[in-house]
Design a binder for this molecule. Structure first.
Ligand SMILES: NC(=O)c1ccc[n+]([C@@H]2O[C@H](COP(=O)([O-])OP(=O)(O)OC[C@H]3O[C@@H](n4cnc5c(N)ncnc54)[C@H](O)[C@@H]3O)[C@@H](O)[C@H]2O)c1
Length: 442
């Protein structure tokens, strides 16, 4: 019996199980561990070692062979690969954890789903609108059997639940707008010039992967563990700048509360367009239709020091480096990842209309974010907080903002077809060009 079938059978609690020798039934029994491929083993990958050690890491993949000795100390039985396409051919895999550079995320997500592998993908899920749409569309028909999660682990902070409860329970009346921002500012002029040779064992061509050719420069790889993404994620061919970086975490704080799908329009403005580098200063605004508990809303994203206006002069939003604000008919909620502030507004904002939930009705804690995904892999009836639908919608919206920024006008968007309806040149920017030999969906 194949390992994956065993896990699934065990998970649905079948009364008749054939156990592999030495295995015991039960969700946390030694025989019921996931066989995981870790792709991108250093940097962000290191942050996952402790919880991964509770499962079977059977494959390690990294374009930099120098990263293997440390990873093998922790996962000595794993096979090693430098090309993730080969890694995904390993037959005993149940699941993939991916911590590679952003320009490969949608590829590895699609390829994993095509092989019926559960997938934990570091954020951002994609760096083009088309990529986000393809990954989401691939996962939706498989959502009852494959668990997915995008690495927006701040979502496990209790404050995310508390903010959602405040907004949904009407503490600020009828919601009309929501704003999220991040003030990180890392400026680059353009792609780095050719400098030196990749060190032995570093497969730079595989690192480039599907992205267009750019000469090697050690400056792309000079950051510390978990911070090196700040050396490449601002370049259009390697990332989506702020929105793929802290933007993913901070928009999540907003997204979790407003219950939005895809926007019907996007408009954006920012610093002068640079064909190499994503903007530092930029703001984008999206219109979202009404749903069953609120009217239409406008969602805004501000980055690089550009900020929404404060509702009161005595509140300095600039002191909140990464935060969100919600505007309603009766006031504002301002939040960072761990705290929140209610600002009632207007003579009728006496809060009599707001009833705090009893403890028994608070939203349940997410618990350990990565473990939530592991549990869902083992029991497909369980949900994850940041699956490829929730996270795919969120990143599609943000990436559409970059398209609006590039065309410099308000674009109307049909989320059903994924087409901009009033600006043909915007449609050309929904997708990226890939190097020959690399297939997004195979
Ligand atoms: N969730 C978070 O809080 C958080 C924090 C930091 C980084 N990240 C995300 O994690 C990812 C990695 O960031 P990082 O700073 O660790 O970057 P990094 O440049 O250090 O890369 C991480 C590892 O992946 C390897 N790698 C890169 N591309 C690869 C490929 N195509 N195939 C196999 N291995 C590959 C690198 O050699 C390195 O060992 C990024 O997508 C970033 O957005 C998330």
């Amino acid at each position: 019996m194949q390992r994956r079938r065993f896990l699934k059978t065990a998970a649905v609690g079948s009364s008749f199980l054939i156990l592999p020798s030495g295995a015991r039934a039960g969700k946390n029994a030694p025989g019921n561990k996931l066989n995981i491929a870790l792709i991108g083993v250093w940097g962000r990958g290191l942050a996952h070692y402790n919880w991964l050690a509770d499962e079977n890491v059977v494959a390690l993949c990294d374009v930099n062979e120098a990263r293997f000795p440390e990873a093998l100390k922790r996962f000595p039985d794993a096979k090693t690969y430098v090309d993730w396409r080969k890694c995904l051919e390993q037959k005993d895999l149940d699941a993939v954890v991916c911590c590679t550079a952003d320009h490969t995320h949608a590829f590895i997500a699609n390829w994993s789903l095509n092989r019926d592998l559960h997938c934990y993908m570091e954020k951002p899920l994609a760096i083009s609108v088309e990529e986000a749409r393809i990954v989401r569309a691939k996962w939706l028909p498989k959502k009852d059997k494959l668990a997915t999660q995008v690495g927006m682990q701040r979502h496990q902070f209790e404050n995310f639940n508390r903010v959602q409860e405040l907004i949904r329970d009407g503490v600020i009346g009828e919601l009309s707008a929501a704003y999220a921002w991040g003030n990180r500012q890392i400026r680059r002029d353009g792609y780095l010039p050719a400098e030196g040779e990749p060190p032995a064992g570093f497969h730079y061509d595989l690192w480039l992967g599907p992205s267009p050719e750019h000469p090697y420069n050690p400056g792309y790889f000079s950051g510390g563990p978990g911070m090196n993404c700040l050396s490449w994620n601002m370049f259009w061919d390697f990332g989506a700048g702020q929105i793929g970086d802290m933007g993913s975490h901070t928009m999540d704080l907003l997204w979790n509360a407003v219950d939005a799908q895809l926007p019907t329009s996007a408009e954006a403005k920012g610093e002068e367009f640079n064909p190499d580098v994503t903007p530092v200063e930029c703001e984008s605004h999206f219109e979202h239709p009404a749903n069953d508990w609120r009217g239409p809303i406008r969602i805004s994203w501000y980055q690089g020091g550009v900020m929404p206006g404060s509702p009161r002069e005595y509140i300095d939003l600039n002191k909140v480096g990464h935060g969100a604000m919600f505007k309603g008919s009766l006031g504002f909620v301002i939040a960072d990842f761990n705290s929140r502030l209610i600002v009632p507004h207007g003579d009728s904002a006496d809060l009599t209309y707001y009833k705090p939930r009893p403890a028994s009705q608070l939203l349940p804690p997410v618990g350990r974010f990565e473990k939530q995904w592991v549990e869902a892999c083992k029991n497909p009836s369980l949900k994850t907080a940041c699956d490829f639908e929730y996270s795919g919608n969120m990143i599609e919206q943000l990436l559409l903002g970059l398209v609006a920024y590039r065309v410099g006008r308000k674009i109307e968007y049909d989320g059903a077809t994924g087409r901009v309806t009033n600006c043909p040149e915007a449609n050309d920017l929904l997708r990226r060009q890939y190097r020959p030999g690399w297939t997004l969906d195979a």
